[in-house]
Design a protein around this ligand. Structure first.
Ligand code: TMP
Length: 245
């Protein structure tokens, strides 16, 4: 039995150290929060579902030359990952207007963007994760100009891959959030998770603004059937992965 000790407990995951200083263990929780943790609840089975979806997507991205922190999953809700220095930046990619983009610009929900929009947010709960301009990001030295360019390009490549993959699952990738970190060689790797907690996913064959939602907006907006929606995403992702060999 390897020694593990608690390093950090976040809203959706608990991170443990392991015997190897280069490796951490992420435990995915069923806990759900929204609106900067003002709304709290639980989505039964979410830990296992999000861990499994993230595993499959990280493996596919690795196969497409996108480096991630993923190592393996010793249990359905546990992922061994490379220890990284996580950048305090949330990188959001949007294909269709929803959420804060609609609230802050007046664009109507569902407007298809002419090209994907990449945004940077400051990962800081006390400040409410504010939207950053590129100049503010550089001013605060959250990343170097070269890293900002790499974040932008990598996020767009991930978007191209994931949009196509989800389309084959009958799911429209509306928007999503990514986190990145630096390894001991200062290489930028994709970190955190990719799951219905961090993506907006709409059932492509459904145009109803409520019933099409297959992601955490069901929890945020009290739409019900949250567990079913997460399970549906998992089943479609696994079926498509098996079909594509
Ligand atoms: P937003 O429209 O609320 O800015 O969210 C954009 C995307 O980022 C959406 O897919 C949800 C995801 N997201 C997170 O994963 N964590 C967060 O804390 C926030 C605010 C958004």
């Amino acid at each position: 039995m390897s020694a593990r000790s608690l390093l950090y407990e976040g809203k959706a995951k608990i991170i443990y150290t392991t015997d190897d200083p280069e490796v951490l263990l992420a435990h995915f929780k069923d806990d759900a929060t929204a609106y900067n943790a003002q709304k709290r609840g639980s989505i039964i089975g979410k830990g296992e579902i999000n861990c499994t979806i993230s595993k499959v997507l990280f493996q596919q991205l690795e196969n497409h030359q996108i480096q991630t922190h993923f190592i393996d999953c010793p249990a359905a809700n546990e992922m061994r990952v490379r220890a990284l220095q996580i950048l305090p930046i949330e990188v959001v990619v949007r294909n269709i207007a929803a959420g804060s983009l609609c609230q802050q610009t007046g664009l109507s929900l569902g407007t298809v963007l002419k090209q994907p929009l990449v945004e940077f947010y400051y990962k800081n709960d006390q400040l409410g994760d504010p939207l950053l301009t590129r100049d503010r990001l550089l001013l605060m030295e959250l990343a170097t100009p070269k890293q900002v360019e790499q974040l932008q390009q990598t996020a767009l490549r991930i978007n191209t891959y994931l949009s196509n993959f989800f389309q084959t699952c009958g799911i429209t990738l509306v928007d999503f959030k990514l986190e990145f970190g630096l390894d001991s060689q200062q290489q930028l790797l994709l970190a955190d998770e990719i799951s219905p907690d961090t993506c907006r996913l709409w059932n492509s064959s459904d145009t109803d603004p409520n019933s099409r939602v297959m992601d955490k907006d069901r929890f945020r907006r009290d739409l019900g059937n949250v567990e079913n929606a997460y399970q549906q995403v998992l089943e479609r992702v696994l079926a498509q992965t098996a079909a594509s060999g």
